[in-house]
Design a protein around this ligand. Structure first.
Ligand code: A2P
Length: 304
């Protein structure tokens, strides 16, 4: 059983520390995964329109039998719908697919307003192949639509994903309703300490995606230090990584479609100071970002 940690967002709403990630969960697998998760105690389900599985996530939420008010459901606005006239269309589609009247959290998935052609397909630069960005509106215009979604009761909290410090500063300067979450890749190989401190100082909670390394190489689940800490506590490496994230004060959304792993990932525990110290050093020699969309988008979104 999880320690049932929750974090209080800047607007007073509570977000469960551990949620179920659904990126890369196939539509035919995600239904059982979400149902299992809710049955074993998860109350936070993280999804996105682009994952292509929101209908199945919605079916599972409907059938799992948990009271809506007890759940925390997150979704994300895809890059092709930043245009102010498209935001509510995209949000309404997500709500309809999830069969919900409101979301707990709606995030801007990437700071990348794709330029789309008449059929809705992203336009690419003929020479570089990079996605063209739509400059006919600003991010402030997009954010105003998210603020309107809060005012209309479609969404309780709004936030962003994959934002760096520079972009957060820009957003904070004009936001009437502040972003309360920034969901980014976080694990001991990519702790993003500067972003973490900035977010904390500005009352933005970080949510850790790909906390287990998303199956990438080198596999953080096979890290010796993580394995040693896990062994010491009679836990698994996955449980250690999830506990590290939650204890650090980030909400964390491990993805799994395997019932045993879904259950085990919810059983976090308390790491001691020596464990945390050892884990916090890992990025100094093993820095690794597993998710960088540069090859697909052709844009250096993290501005490294
Ligand atoms: P599966 O869905 O078959 O369980 P991340 O959350 O970092 O994106 O990682 C997700 C990847 O880690 C998926 O491939 C998932 O596979 C796998 N995974 C999830 N939980 C565990 C676990 N407890 N032990 C090992 N692998 C896991």
């Amino acid at each position: 059983m999880s320690l049932q940690r929750t974090f209080k967002l800047a607007n007073g709403h509570a977000i469960p520390a551990i949620g179920l990630g659904t990126w890369q969960s196939k539509p035919n697998e995600v239904f059982e995964a979400v149902k299992t998760a809710i049955q074993v105690g998860y109350r936070h389900i993280d999804g996105a329109a682009i994952y292509g599985n929101e209908k199945e996530v919605g079916d599972a939420i409907a059938q799992a039998g948990a009271a809506r008010e007890s759940l925390f459901v997150t979704s994300k606005l895809w890059n092709d719908s930043h245009h102010p006239q498209k935001v509510h269309q995209a949000l309404d589609k997500t709500l309809s697919d999830l069969k919900l009247s409101y979301l707990d959290l709606y995030l801007v998935h990437w700071p990348l307003p794709f330029l789309v052609d008449e059929s809705g397909k992203p336009v690419r630069n003929k020479e570089s192949g990079a996605i063209e960005l739509d400059t006919s509106f600003t991010f402030q215009d997009t954010w105003r639509e998210l603020e309107r979604a809060v005012e209309e009761g479609k969404v309780r909290s709004i936030g962003v994903s994959n934002f760096n410090v520079r972009r957060l500063k820009e957003l904070l300067a004009f936001a009437r309703i502040k972003p309360v979450v920034n969901q980014v890749e976080l694990h001991p190989y990519l702790p993003q300490n500067e972003l973490f401190e900035f977010a904390k100082a500005n009352d933005i909670l970080l949510t850790a995606y790909s906390p287990l390394g998303s199956g990438g190489s080198p596999n953080i689940l096979e890290d010796e230090v993580i394995a040693q800490v896990a062994k010491k506590h009679g836990k698994t490496s996955a449980q250690t990584l999830i506990s590290w994230a939650a204890q650090r004060g980030t909400s964390v959304i491990p993805k799994s479609v395997n019932p045993e792993r879904i259950k085990a990932n919810f059983e976090d525990f308390i790491l001691d100071e020596a464990d945390i110290e050892a884990i916090n050093k890992l990025h100094l020699t093993k820095a690794k970002r597993y998710v960088d969309p540069k090859p697909f988008f052709g844009v250096d979104v993290f501005e490294n």
